[in-house]
Design a protein around this ligand. Structure first.
Ligand code: PLP
Length: 469
């Protein structure tokens, strides 16, 4: 299987080729030429597998140019017992009734980004060594991608990481996690702007093809297809844990920002996994909720992006959304190009004629959550079940509760652990969230970060002076 672009202008490429690229050469996003199908029989045969074994099976359907035994070795290393705190890697934690948490935050940085990033770290090193080349990863983070990428790539041969984060917009814990890394191949850049500004700078650098080629820029942001494919695995895992036999349906609730996580759920559903609903949850930055409610996609400017208490979802332009729109418009690349042209001109596009299909054909429903909702949900879930959830997970749980159905398990994706967002947990419960023992004292470590103005030229110069050549 090969990969093509949502805009139709890229020759088919292999998994390893798109692994090292960000945007497709025509400005679109890489997508598989055909979506592999998983039969009920195949699915049942996967029940006894461990998480790394399942990952090798699911990823094997998307990786066309890595031998199966090598891939199995990479997933074993990515999801090794020492890397994830839970023996299951991804535990399912019952909350009440049909509602459970899918524990995606047992990795080194306590957020679901580790699920994809640990695999990416392994497969990057593997492909770079095989090709005898190096890579400079330039990325933007609203908090969790950056630390997950840095923890997955620190000390890896042939890769340097330049991670742009919005200055002053991350939690103290997130800052301590990223900025305390002292590895020589890790560079933290705090940009005086919001997340979307950081993302624009990354786009500007990657869009300069001469610069990109000379410095071999690579991407680890959520448009990276390897991340999307690694995330598909846990939808299969969650389904296998929540069901006992073929054909049973499961719904998933997904705290969303860049539309990466839930896109993986959409892919799993297209592959034939019996998913009833994909419940998309946003915070006050509700561009996606608005789209699923109205069919109008109207991204907002950086100035109109609220800084909320679920900061990893403070995104007003969902970089993966184009992959879903591609399906919505019948995989018509010229229509995707037209819509994005329209977006550039008018600031929105209107797919309201497709709105009835969002749920009936694709299983998508959506809701938004506010700061008050988050606090109330954290407090209530804690009182009722004794389980402490983080603010992002709370957004998901809040919206999930509106879509519970008898007899259908609802898995709310736990996208971070509460320890990462101590301020909000304190506000909600009056107590600080427990910090895992191995992370105690993190905030007193020396931090390494360079603050730069919101200016692509300055960042380009910074990378030029430090890149691996
Ligand atoms: C990144 C992130 C999200 C949003 O995921 P997307 O793939 O961008 O939709 C939600 N919660 C947490 C904790 C995150 O780190």
């Amino acid at each position: 299987m090969k990969y093509v672009s949502t805009r139709g202008g890229m020759e088919p490429q292999s998994f390893s080729d798109i692994l090292l690229e960000g945007l497709a050469t025509d400005g679109g996003l890489a997508i598989p030429q055909q979506v592999p199908q998983v039969s009920a029989q195949m699915l049942e045969s996967w029940r006894p597998l461990s998480y790394p074994e399942l990952a090798a099976q699911v990823l094997g359907l998307f990786v066309d140019d890595i031998p199966a035994e090598d891939l199995a070795r990479l997933t074993q290393a990515a999801y090794a017992p020492g890397v994830f705190a839970s023996e299951d890697v991804v535990p399912v934690k019952p909350l009440k009734g049909s509602l459970s948490l899918l524990g995606l935050s047992e990795g080194p940085t306590l957020a679901f980004k580790d699920m994809a990033m640990q695999f990416l770290g392994q497969v990057f090193e593997y492909v770079l060594q095989r090709r005898g080349t190096t890579l400079n990863v330039v990325g933007a983070t609203s908090g969790d991608t950056g630390s997950a990428a840095e923890y997955a790539l620190k000390g890896k041969k042939g890769v340097s990481v330049f991670m742009l984060s919005p200055h002053g917009r991350m939690s103290a814990f997130q800052r301590a996690q990223m900025y305390s890394l002292q590895d020589a191949n890790i560079f933290n850049v705090a940009v005086e702007g919001v997340f979307d500004d950081c993302q624009d700078i990354v786009k500007a650098l990657a869009g300069d093809l001469a610069f990109k080629e000379q410095y071999r820029l690579g991407a680890v942001n959520s448009i990276n297809w390897a991340r999307i494919s690694a995330q598909i695995v846990y939808y299969f895992w969650g389904w296998l844990r929540a069901t006992t036999g073929p054909g049973q349906q499961v719904s998933f609730a997904v705290p969303s920002g860049n539309f990466g996580n839930i896109l993986s759920g959409h892919m799993a559903r297209k592959m034939g996994l019996p998913i009833r609903r994909l419940v998309l949850a946003t915070n006050e930055n509700n561009v996606l909720e608005e789209f699923f409610r109205t069919g109008i996609y109207r991204p907002r400017s950086a100035a109109d992006t609220h800084a909320t208490s679920s900061p990893s979802m403070d995104i007003s332009r969902a970089s993966n959304f184009e992959r879903f729109v591609f399906d919505l418009v019948g995989q018509d690349a010229s229509e995707v190009r037209r819509l994005w042209d329209e977006l550039g001109g008018k600031g929105y596009f209107d797919l309201s004629s497709h709105q009835p299909e969002f749920e009936s054909k694709y299983g998508f429903v959506a809701g938004a959550s506010s700061h008050a909702d988050r606090l109330a949900t954290i407090r209530r879930v804690h009182q009722e079940t004794g389980v402490l959830i983080d603010p992002h997970t709370a957004d998901g749980v809040k919206v999930a509760e509106a879509y519970l159905e008898d007899g259908i398990p609802m898995l709310a994706l736990e996208t971070a652990l509460p320890a990462k967002f101590g301020e909000t947990i304190l506000e909600a419960t009056g107590k600080l969230a427990p910090v895992p023992a191995h992370l105690a004292g993190l905030d007193s470590l020396p931090q390494r970060v360079d603050v730069l103005p919101n200016d692509a030229e300055r960042v380009r110069q910074y990378v030029r002076e430090r890149a691996q050549v």
